[in-house]
Design a protein around this ligand. Structure first.
Ligand code: HEC
Length: 153
C-alpha cells in the first residue's frame, strides 16, 4: 500500500467518524427539543382557561359565563346577534327602557352596519327590557314618613 492510499483511507475514516458524530448530535438535539417543548406545554397547560366547546355555554348562578349575560329567554338570539361586534359588556352596563333599547338598535342599524334583525328584534328587545331594564330607584329610595323634629336653639 502506497503512502497516498494510506492517507486516503485515513481521511475517509475521519470523514466517516465526523458524519457519524454529527448525526448523533442532530438526533440528540431533536430528542432534546421534543422533550423540552413537551415540558413547556405541560407546564403552561394549567394557566390556560378552558374554553373547550362543552364549556362555551356554561351557565352558573343564572349567568352565561362566556359573555356575562343573564341566562334567560332569548339569550341565544342575543348572543348570536349582539356579541359579534362588541363585547356583551356594552349591553350589561346599559339599562334602558323598551324605547331606549329600540333606539339603540336603530342607531346601530343606521350608523354601525347592524343588520336587519327581523323577527329576532322583538325577542332581543324583550330579553333586554326584562333583564336590563332602567333602574327605577336611585341609589336609595326617598325617605318616607320621617318624623322631623324641630331644633330648639
Ligand atoms: C354590526 C356591529 C354591531 C352589532 C351586531 C351590534 N352592535 Fe351594538 N354597537 C356597535 C358599535 C360599533 C357600537 C359603538 C361602540 C363604541 O362606542 O365603542 C355599539 C354600541 C352599543 C351599545 C352602547 C350604546 C351607547 O349608547 O353607548 C349598546 C347598548 C349596544 N351596542 C347594544 C347592542 C345590542 C343589544 C345588539 C344586538 C341587537 C348589538 N349592540 C349588536 C355595533 C354593533
Amino acid at each position: 500500500m502506497g503512502i497516498e492510499q494510506k492517507q486516503g483511507k485515513t481521511i475517509r475514516g475521519m470523514y466517516r467518524t465526523i458524519i457519524v458524530i454529527s448525526t448523533l448530535i442532530i438526533i440528540i438535539a431533536i430528542i432534546g427539543l421534543y422533550f423540552f417543548n413537551n415540558e413547556e406545554s405541560n407546564s403552561n397547560d394549567e394557566s390556560y382557561v378552558d374554553i373547550s366547546d362543552q364549556n362555551r355555554d356554561k351557565i352558573e348562578n343564572g349567568i352565561h359565563l362566556r359573555t356575562g349575560l343573564i341566562a334567560n329567554k332569548g339569550l341565544t338570539t342575543v348572543i348570536n346577534n349582539c356579541t359579534s361586534c362588541h363585547s356583551a359588556e356594552l349591553i350589561i352596563q346599559n339599562r334602558l327602557t323598551r324605547d331606549g333599547w329600540a333606539q339603540t338598535i336603530d342607531w346601530m342599524q343606521e350608523t354601525q352596519n347592524l343588520w336587519d334583525l327581523g323577527e329576532n328584534e322583538e325577542i332581543i328587545i324583550d330579553y333586554l327590557v326584562t333583564n336590563y331594564p332602567i333602574r327605577k330607584k336611585g341609589r336609595r329610595s326617598v325617605l318616607k314618613n320621617v318624623e322631623w323634629y324641630t331644633l330648639n336653639k
